[in-house]
Design a protein around this ligand. Structure first.
Ligand SMILES: CCCCCCCCCCCCCCCCCCCCCCCCCC(=O)SCCNC(=O)CCNC(=O)[C@H](O)C(C)(C)COP(=O)(O)OP(=O)(O)OC[C@H]1O[C@@H](n2cnc3c(N)ncnc32)[C@H](O)[C@@H]1OP(=O)(O)O
Ligand SMILES: Cc1cc2nc3c(=O)[nH]c(=O)nc-3n(C[C@H](O)[C@H](O)[C@H](O)COP(=O)(O)OP(=O)(O)OC[C@H]3O[C@@H](n4cnc5c(N)ncnc54)[C@H](O)[C@@H]3O)c2cc1C
Length: 658
């Protein structure tokens, strides 16, 4: 048998480009790589951030271990004056392989105060939060409602005599349920509740509530709080429940940047009622980036492993091939790698669009709200869905060892799975994007330039300009296919909706009946958007010819697999012919061959530290079998040669006479 390490060495020698150059591109430049290396150096050598036996821990031990790591992380951040959210995100992405029990503090609690608090409120709360003197979460979802925010039942009633709000959980279904870090960690929460003044309801607003004493962490009077119990994954997180019984807070604890309640109870409404949903939009944009990172990790593990794993001699006595040389294996993994790159590029687009449009909104240009919501909803759903299913493809591609916790892919899959649900259930978000697409379809004046393609009506009888398999290497033709599909499905969704209305259905019923068409067009739009962005961004890169070629070929794989997997949608109106579809399949195979020598280089370029992959199958040196064996020997069941259950249960039946 060939040595696994020499297999990876050989792969690395075959790579046609400079891996470090590609790492810089992925990180966003040499300076960013150096910053990342500096941040890594702060934590990687600390024993506390060791994850070797993490997969053996119970739920409670995992939570406790995560709290310990969190506290040390906070100390490191303070010690080195690290305050930039980008640095924090880099540490989470590349070094710390877990969901912290302060995830919601940094990703939602602080941003909500920043975006929805007045200057005075920011001045009061942010220093406390930034210094981790308080730890907060975002408590919106209830037992009875998650998607339909307007249906939340928690109440916050203004008492003008004492200038206080009184918060209540009036029913069982009003109990807050799911908020991350709520159960055991957080001392405070931004709670979303229906605002009542003088018996009139003004809808959902945000309030800061103290959950636990800052002296001994016990729940505050009137607050019932706890962990909701075990889940599929995210064992380090104490997703919680919260019920409030006449919890009084000062008037100043309502976040009043957009809407105000004056001491006498006068209410001033926000310029747009959706401003209160702003933090969710930020998190949806962040999920795009998380989806890219995690799929990159999964592809790294599965591709390295597939280069050291050998199986099935072709002829008796011959060296068994590396499993990566089976085209069926390439057909599982190369599309995941291509998707990981496509998502890394769209994540960068999403974050810069978020910052640009968020700045517009801050300066009062509220039209940007719709655009940001329309773009981020669909991309969150699309990337979460494909990333989660891609991680599972990678896991299965590792055969039996993919089922071992030591693969790192099991916990990754379980922890990423809820990204399809949290921050807006995927179907619901696709429907939101579809609404926006249809609005743009009807009203050119509100169509952002990034979506102007919607205004071009697809020509009936239009045909794809591909004449040969070689034509499929031309980005312009690939993007054209996705553009056509998106235009056609948006138009067809609009027509479907109109047909339902003309049959006499009211608007909401007609919208419901059009839901499947809506989701179809939103997905088609997202595939187009990501493909176009991939080729546009790659074309702009200043890099070696070899890197550009590899990236373009990955883009072709992403696009061609998208066409092959959704072939019905391209064949339906005869835009693509059966012969062209044969070209597509032929070219996919050709691209796999082109990319084969560079597969390890393309995953090495992500430069994940072994610690962050925490995988016996995917470590840089490829020493898979020693790692698996040594890991198994440390398993709690192997602490003694004879397990206590032998004495308790087995022994009597083994010793009993038949
Ligand atoms: C070193 C220092 C460090 C420092 C750091 C400092 C800070 C820096 C931070 C940096 C972060 C770094 C951390 C990274 C770590 C990441 C870790 C991740 C951990 C993840 C944990 C997981 C967390 C998970 C958390 C959660 O899960 S939190 C809960 C999430 N829950 C949902 O997402 C509910 C979904 N449901 C809805 O979003 C709505 O309900 C609904 C369906 C839209 C209908 O909404 P409704 O109100 O009914 O709407 P309608 O009245 O029908 O109106 C409909 C009309 O409004 C429109 N419209 C609806 N919305 C919006 C909207 N937004 N905007 C604009 N318009 C909108 C709509 O287009 C329509 O327009 P039209 O077509 O009519 O013109
Ligand atoms: C791990 C995890 C962490 C979370 N963290 C937080 C947190 O920190 N803070 C917080 O407040 N919440 C949190 N949540 C809650 C989360 O945001 C909600 O679960 C999510 O928004 C989905 O809402 P739901 O559970 O009500 O699903 P439901 O809306 O009940 O969805 C069930 C089904 O109904 C369908 N459906 C619902 N409405 C419609 C519609 N209008 N049209 C078509 N189909 C529809 C959905 O597509 C889905 O198939 C978390 C959830 C999880 C799983």
């Amino acid at each position: 048998m060939a040595s696994p390490s020499s297999d990876l060495d050989r792969e690395r020698r075959k790579c046609t480009f400079n891996v470090a150059e590609l790492t810089d591109i992925i990180n966003g430049g040499r300076e960013k790589t150096e910053r990342r290396q500096y941040l890594e150096s702060l934590v990687l050598n600390e024993p506390i951030f060791n994850y070797d036996d993490y997969y053996f821990l119970s739920r409670e031990e995992k939570y406790s271990d995560a709290v310990k790591k969190t506290v040390r992380l906070v100390q490191v951040l303070k010690q080195h004056n690290i305050e930039d959210p980008e640095d924090y995100q880099t540490l989470l992405k590349y070094v710390l392989n877990l969901n912290l029990p302060i995830a919601l503090h940094n990703s939602m609690f602080r941003p909500t105060i920043r975006d929805q608090g007045t200057d005075e409120q920011r001045k009061k709360w942010l220093p406390l939060a930034n210094d981790y003197k308080i730890i907060g979460t975002y408590a919106q979802t209830e037992l009875g409602h998650g998607t339909f925010i307007r249906g939340l039942e928690t109440t916050s009633t203004y008492d003008p005599k004492r200038e206080e709000f009184v918060l209540n959980t009036p029913t069982l279904t009003a109990t807050k349920w799911w908020p991350g870090c709520l159960g055991k960690t957080s001392t405070h929460a931004v709670v979303m509740a229906q605002l009542y003044i003088k018996n009139q309801c003004y809808g959902i607003h945000s309030f800061i509530i103290q959950l636990r004493s800052l002296k001994d962490h016990s729940p505050m009077p009137g607050v019932t709080v706890g962990d909701i119990g075990n889940k599929v994954g995210l064992e380090t997180n104490d997703n919680g429940f919260l019920a409030m019984d006449n919890v009084r807070i000062p008037r100043e604890n309502m976040l009043m940047r957009h809407a105000q309640v004056y001491p006498d109870g006068t209410y001033r409404k926000p310029a747009n009622s959706k401003l209160v949903y702003g933090t969710m939009v930020l998190l949806r944009a962040t999920v795009v980036s998380e989806s890219a990172t995690n799929l990159s990790k999964a592809a790294t593990i599965a591709i390295r492993y597939s280069c050291v794993r050998r199986q099935t001699e072709a002829k008796p006595g011959e060296l068994e091939p590396q499993i990566i040389d089976y085209v069926t294996q390439q057909h599982k993994l190369v599309p995941q790698l291509a998707t990981a790159y496509a998502f890394a590029w769209i994540a960068r687009y999403m974050m810069s669009t978020y910052h640009a449009l968020h700045a517009d909104i801050e300066s009062g240009h509220l039209g940007a709200l719709q655009e940001l919501h329309g773009i981020s909803s669909g991309l969150k759903a699309f990337t979460a869905e494909m990333s989660v299913s891609g991680i599972e493809v990678c896991r299965r591609a590792c055969g039996g060892h993919g089922f071992s916790a030591a693969s790192g892919l099991v916990s990754m899959y379980k922890d990423r799975l809820p990204s399809c649900t949290y921050e807006g259930e995927n179907t619901v978000l696709y429907l939101q994007t579809a609404r926006f697409l249809l609005k743009c379809f009807r009203q050119p004046s509100i169509t952002p330039s990034s979506m102007s393609y919607i205004q071009v009506k697809p020509l009936p009888g239009a045909r794809w300009g591909v004449k040969s398999p070689e034509d499929l290497m031309k980005p312009i033709l690939l993007v054209e296919a996705f553009e056509h599909r998106a235009q056609r499905t948006i138009k067809s969704a609009a027509q479907f909706l109109e047909s339902q209305i003309s049959q006499g259905l009211d608007t909401s019923e007609a919208m419901n009946r059009s839901g499947i068409e809506f989701v179809r067009c939103a997905k088609a739009h997202c595939y187009y958007f990501v493909t176009r962005n991939f080729f546009q961004s790659t074309a702009l890169l200043k890099c070696s010819k070899e890197i550009k070629e590899s990236l373009l070929t990955l883009g072709v794989v992403f696009a061609l697999n998208g066409i092959a997997d959704n072939s019905g949608e391209f064949l339906e109106d005869c835009f693509i012919t059966g012969t062209q579809m044969e070209f597509v399949r032929e070219r996919i195979l050709y691209c796999y061959k082109q990319l084969r020598p560079n597969l390890v280089g393309l995953v090495d370029a992500f430069a994940f530290a072994d610690q962050s992959l925490n995988s016996a199958l995917g470590a840089y040196d490829g020493d898979v079998y020693n790692r698996l064996y040594n890991w198994a020997k440390r398993a709690p069941l192997n602490k003694t040669d004879v397990h206590s259950s032998y004495h308790k249960y087995l022994k009597p039946i083994l010793k009993s006479k038949i």
